[in-house]
Design a protein around this ligand. Structure first.
Ligand code: TNX
Length: 542
């Protein structure tokens, strides 16, 4: 009888504990290990304080973030190193790396321990648990660390420009999703958006196009608005510095992209001698892929690229630089005497794997990658960089599906998965989008929240060792059809939540309806508190 009683008690305790910790399991992305502890909860609505080493300026910044978050969610701002029940932020080296953290809640104390970035992610988890349970934190022990080191989000600011304040909000949104790489697409055919001291015309002239297409290219509804776009729409070096610091405080590295040798028409419009025909060119007013690209046979082009990237590496003190490589038509190179001379000089002859022009593109990409390597940086390129044979030391971003990524991983190259089928967030989010959604991209189809959630970043056709080359995944937001920051938020939220689940937690088993419940019980409450615009389509369709 006694035994039965204890069994019953144990079951009761377990079920309470199970229920207690659901607030932590509802956190998106879900923490790796969540264990209930016995005891009463820690109530953030009471008198609490954040305890932190005051001489540690870096940690103090995280303490201020935490105070900001709590003030927004429970109404009162906890003092730092004041009176009350403590939330302790403490450095601890963990075997799971610098982004790992431990999080322990007891009735009178919360402890978040790890290295700096780890503590920052622990704070994000605490924030989500607070939002999910009105500030009441049941006792728990969490151990957490990310599945992937590269957890990216991309933003195209060439087609439409987003100002420093908006970019900062984007970074805040990324931090909330435990993302750590911001891929900033700052140059393209339709506008050059970063100040380069040596070439002031790039922004004075190259940032402005005469007019912009509105409506759809795909269905024939496109027409020009006949208004110049882009005056002053670029980032000064001062502004870049500000954004770099802002990102660093949130443990986000910025990956600037100067897209080459295609997607360069804004630069050609400014310096026409860099093109095969010599122009004249104009900053492109239409969407798509331009035939006019950098002339790969002109030594001035290499000089231009070296100079531009010298300034880029000074502005962006991070591991990677993105050098583009996508969608570079070869029609100009095929008939350009200088390009053909270069091809002959290099001894390139088309074969069954690559044309001579593709080899020439690989030569250009390798030139830039080698230049960056000398400066201590790594390069990333779109999957077209594989087309010309040896392309040097370039991490491959697989966007035309996964085949580029698979091929690269088999070659021993690092890979970032961004297939357009699942991770292009310029596409709409539901089938009947014409009636239900803001204007989006037509073409491939739609990318639903469910398909993002269901995406599996490690292709089954790779061996375990090859899979190790998949360093992470990223969603891209191209902005041909996205003109306002409100619309930016709508496109990425809540699809980033599903992405983050795959980037950070990488669950072996997925349950979409459970994910929807978890999402609405906590993260969506933070979107509301932060006044982020987001799509509710996934719920409307239930
Ligand atoms: C292809 S993705 C592009 C972009 C466009 C995008 C539209 C990639 C590497 N290049 O220039 O904006 O399609 O979805």
């Amino acid at each position: 009888m006694k035994n039965v009683f204890f069994l019953f008690l144990a079951m009761l305790l377990m079920s309470c504990a199970g229920d207690n910790i659901s607030v932590y399991n509802n956190v998106v992305p879900r923490p790796r290990s969540v264990e209930a502890l016995n005891g009463a909860p820690f109530d953030c609505n009471g008198n609490i304080t954040i305890v932190v080493d005051e001489n540690d300026a870096r940690m103090m910044k995280s303490a201020v973030f935490l105070a900001d978050y709590l003030e927004k969610l429970v109404g009162a701002r906890p003092e730092i190193n004041g009176e009350g029940k403590a939330i302790v932020l403490g450095l601890k080296e963990l075997s799971d790396g610098k982004e790992a953290y431990e999080f322990v809640v007891k009735e009178d104390r919360v402890e978040i321990r790890g290295w700096y970035a780890g503590i920052f992610y622990g704070i994000q988890t605490l924030r989500k648990a607070v939002a999910g349970n009105d500030g009441v934190l049941p006792p728990v022990e969490i151990k957490d660390s990310p599945a992937f080191g590269y957890r990216g989000a991309h933003l195209d600011v060439s087609r439409h420009f987003f100002n420093v304040g908006e970019v900062k909000t984007y970074l805040d949104m990324m931090a909330l999703h435990n993302m750590n790489r911001f891929h900033w697409h700052i140059s393209d055919d339709q506008g050059w958006r970063v100040e380069i001291g040596r070439y002031p015309e790039l922004t004075a002239k190259g940032s402005i196009r005469k007019k912009t297409l509105t409506g759809h290219v795909h269905d024939g509804t496109a027409k020009f608005d006949d208004r110049p776009y882009g005056e002053g729409f670029f980032y000064t070096k001062e502004q870049i510095k500000e954004v770099v610091e802002y990102a660093r405080d949130r443990y986000i590295e910025i990956i600037p992209e100067i897209d080459l040798p295609g997607h360069m028409q804004a630069a050609l419009a400014t310096y026409p001698e860099l093109g095969c025909t010599g122009g004249p060119y104009e900053v492109w007013t239409t969407w798509g892929v331009s035939d006019d690209v950098l002339c790969a046979g002109n030594p001035k082009v290499y000089e231009f690229l070296d100079n531009v990237f010298s300034e880029i590496v000074e502005m962006f003190p991070f591991e990677y630089v993105h050098i583009g490589g996508d969608e570079c038509p070869k029609v100009r190179w095929q008939v350009c005497p200088r390009c053909q001379k270069k091809i002959a000089g290099l001894g390139y002859v088309s074969n069954e794997y690559a044309t001579a022009e593709n080899m020439l593109q690989a030569y250009v990409m390798s030139h830039v990658a080698d230049f960056l390597k000398e400066k201590g940086r790594k390069s990333i390129g779109w999957d077209e960089v594989l087309e010309g044979g040896a392309c040097g030391d370039i991490t491959v971003m697989s966007w035309r599906g996964e085949s580029g990524g698979i091929a690269a991983a088999k070659l021993g190259k690092d890979v970032i998965m961004t297939p357009y089928t699942h991770l292009y967030f310029d596409y709409n989010q539901c089938e009947d989008f014409l009636d239900r959604e803001p204007y989006g991209r037509l073409g491939y189809g739609v990318v639903t929240l469910e398909s993002v959630y269901g995406y599996e970043p490690l292709p089954a056709s790779l061996s375990e060792d090859e899979q190790k080359h998949v360093i992470g995944l990223q969603a891209n937001l191209w902005t041909e059809y996205v003109c306002s920051f409100e619309h930016v938020q709508y496109q990425v939220l809540p699809r980033w939540a599903a992405l983050a689940e795959n980037q950070w937690a990488h669950p072996a088993e997925k349950n979409y309806s459970e994910f929807l419940e978890r999402l609405s019980s906590s993260l969506l409450k933070i979107y509301d508190a932060e006044e982020y615009n987001y799509s509710s389509i996934a719920y409307d369709l239930l």
